[in-house]
Design a protein around this ligand. Structure first.
Ligand code: GDP
Length: 445
């Protein structure tokens, strides 16, 4: 997955660092060098790497590390801080117009995931009670209007498109008419999909820039494919010069991208990343949180996104009930079993597990993970008595052996499940109370 190798290498670097007590300047230099190499190999732009590593080096050699009880941990903290900075610092939400409709224009290369994102955005906004209108201004690619129609239908959103046969029309006029149509029909948001080319070209830029001038969007979102690697910076700069944008959408973060685009683009353009797209389905999108992304890269886990996704997949009442149980420490293995079954609804279990802290050590297991894992977990919990499910503390050796036999698993499987449950429950309890989880082996972050 994205950041996989980068994440592995940084985690490895920190693992080695943690073995040391006091850090010498040579230790710091060695660590900074490893970070630098890992970033360059992940296709992060050189100026960004330079700035990042210089900042880390300066801070790591300073007092805050010398004085820290756990110097290595302090270095991880510094890297985390600086990474959050590179990713844009604070989360930036979508901005809405004072007087609707809010106009959101999408720009980017062909194949970057614009049209798909248009559908994702429409669906997200609808969930929040908005009534978005999609406007098809890609009159370049023969099938583009049709594709947006399909996406709109899947998202259950309205669409404004030129009549078939009029396909060679004027995209600027379609954009302007689309906004007027939205105003008449009282859509509170307009999402304009524009044409993309395979490479950056002047005509494309002029067209996008004309659409921008004609519709005065509240947001211009530049959609960029996280897989384009080193080209990310040039492409982003070309769009910034040609059209300019107010925010960035990173798409295909689920793929095998090395993550360079993600780590370069906010810092190089000074524009915030607002959304991350993580799959082909219309629900595969999340608001971008620099701090959470940094946590994921450093394998510190992203419990908050995990919980939010759980909440959107379950209904509200159910989520509240779970939160209540977690906060009052009455969350049991039985609830856990129910949650696991619910998770099947959420689709990719792998993605969810990847957000748990410390999963970096389990990458291979994650790769090997198949959804049957849920069935095995289910088998183990089903072999427990109700009393055992409610109070796993009573699970002594002979009970564990009985459960292993009953479920056709090994005692190690049973032990692992109980241990995982224990950790998850502890962590979630802290989060449910509004705290920051204490990550095992990492100290408080
Ligand atoms: P556009 O040309 O910019 O409108 O790009 P499309 O929306 O047509 O997307 C191009 C291809 O990328 C399609 O096959 C999409 O299904 C796929 N795609 C879009 N977003 C994502 C994503 O976040 N993850 C993955 N894996 N595929 C995506």
């Amino acid at each position: 997955a994205t950041f996989g190798t980068l994440s592995d290498r940084l985690t490895e670097t920190f693992r080695n660092l943690r073995k040391k007590g006091q850090l010498t300047p040579a230790d710091v230099d060695g660590t900074v060098r490893e970070i630098r190499r890992a970033l360059l190999d992940a296709d992060v732009a050189l100026p960004v790497v330079k700035e990042f590593t210089a900042a880390i080096r300066e801070r790591a050699l300073g007092d805050e590390v010398n004085r820290a009880l756990n110097p290595a941990q302090q270095v991880v903290q510094i890297v985390n801080d600086e990474l959050i900075g590179i990713l844009g610092g604070q989360q930036r939400r979508l901005q809405f117009a004072k007087n609707p409709p809010t106009v959101i224009m999408l720009a980017g290369l062909q194949g970057s995931g614009k049209t798909t994102f248009a559908g994702k955005l429409a669906k997200m906004l609808e969930k929040d009670g908005h009534t978005p209108l999609l406007v098809a201004c890609d009159l370049q690619r023969p099938n583009a209007v049709n594709q947006l129609q399909v996406v709109a239908e899947r998202a259950g959103a309205a669409i404004y498109a030129p009549e078939p046969g009029n396909g060679v029309g004027d995209p600027v006029k379609v954009a302007r008419d689309g906004v007027a149509h939205a105003t008449r029909q009282q859509h509170d948001i307009v999402i304009i999909d524009t044409a993309g080319r395979l490479g950056v070209d002047a005509e494309l830029m002029k067209q996008a820039s004309d659409i921008r001038k004609a519709t005065q969007p509240d947001e211009v979102l530049f959609v960029i494919d996280a897989m384009i690697g080193q080209d990310a910076v040039n492409t982003a700069k070309a769009f910034q010069d040609g059209v300019d944008f107010t925010g960035v959408v990173l798409s295909k973060l689920d793929g095998d991208a090395r993550g360079g685009a993600a780590l370069s683009v906010a810092s190089v353009t000074g524009r915030p990343i607002i959304f991350a797209s993580t799959g082909e389905g219309l629900d595969d999108v999340e608001p971008f949180h620099p701090d959470r992304m940094a946590s994921r890269i450093l394998d510190l886990g992203d419990i908050l996104t995990l919980i939010e996704q759980a909440q959107s997949a379950f209904d509200e009442a159910e989520a509240m009930a779970v939160a209540e149980k977690l906060a009052t420490e009455t969350f049991t293995l039985e609830d856990f079993l129910q949650q696991m079954q619910q998770m099947k609804k959420m689709g990719s279990m792998k993605k969810m597990l990847g957000m748990l802290p410390g999963m970096g050590n389990m990458k291979q297991q994650l790769e090997d993970f198949d959804e049957r894992e849920i069935d095995r977990t289910e088998a183990i919990i089903r072999s427990m008595t109700l009393a055992e499910r409610r109070n796993p503390k009573m699970l002594n050796g002979s009970r564990r052996l009985r459960i292993a036999r009953g479920s056709g698993m090994t005692v190690t499987d049973v032990n692992q499940l109980v241990q995982r449950f224990d950790q998850a429950a502890k962590m979630m309890k802290t989060v449910a109370r509004g705290g920051v989880p204490n990550i095992p082996g990492m100290g408080p972050i």
